[in-house]
Design a binder for this molecule. Structure first.
Ligand SMILES: [Zn+2]
Ligand SMILES: [Zn+2]
Length: 122
């Protein structure tokens, strides 16, 4: 299974505005080339061709998108939680300052404002 140079005859041009796999091209890992070929096997080296994108870049892209969505939801959840936490902090954090996390201090400010605006609305 080695490249015999035949694949260059089937070499596919990079399509514009679409993916290589989407436009029916297949990838030979051995020849390291995209070819226009209907068969499942490379006409050059005989190795199985890829018909779907399985490269890391594509996967990473997908994962990044999923992560971004998950993170967005997560941060919403965190915000909701920290708002409650901020209320608790405002009510009882002052006497036992040492126990509260250093992070809570700058966070408490905008939360306090949010609470204020809620009070105004109510
Ligand atoms: Zn080849
Ligand atoms: Zn090949």
């Amino acid at each position: 299974m080695t490249c015999k140079g035949i694949c260059t005859r089937y070499k596919a041009q990079k399509p514009v505005g679409t993916g290589r796999y989407a436009s029916g091209q297949r990838r030979c890992q051995i020849c390291e080339i995209f070819i226009k070929w209907e068969g499942l096997w490379c006409p050059c080296c005989g190795y199985r061709l890829r018909t779907k994108p399985r490269n890391l870049k594509y996967k990473a892209k997908l994962r990044a998108r999923v992560n971004a969505e998950a993170k967005a939801e997560e941060s919403i959840a965190i915000n909701a939680n920290s708002e409650e936490a901020a209320v608790e902090l405002l009510e009882e954090a002052k006497p036992k300052k040492a126990k509260s996390k250093p992070k809570a201090k700058p966070k408490a400010k905008p939360k306090a404002k949010a609470e204020e605006s809620i009070a105004i609305n109510a």
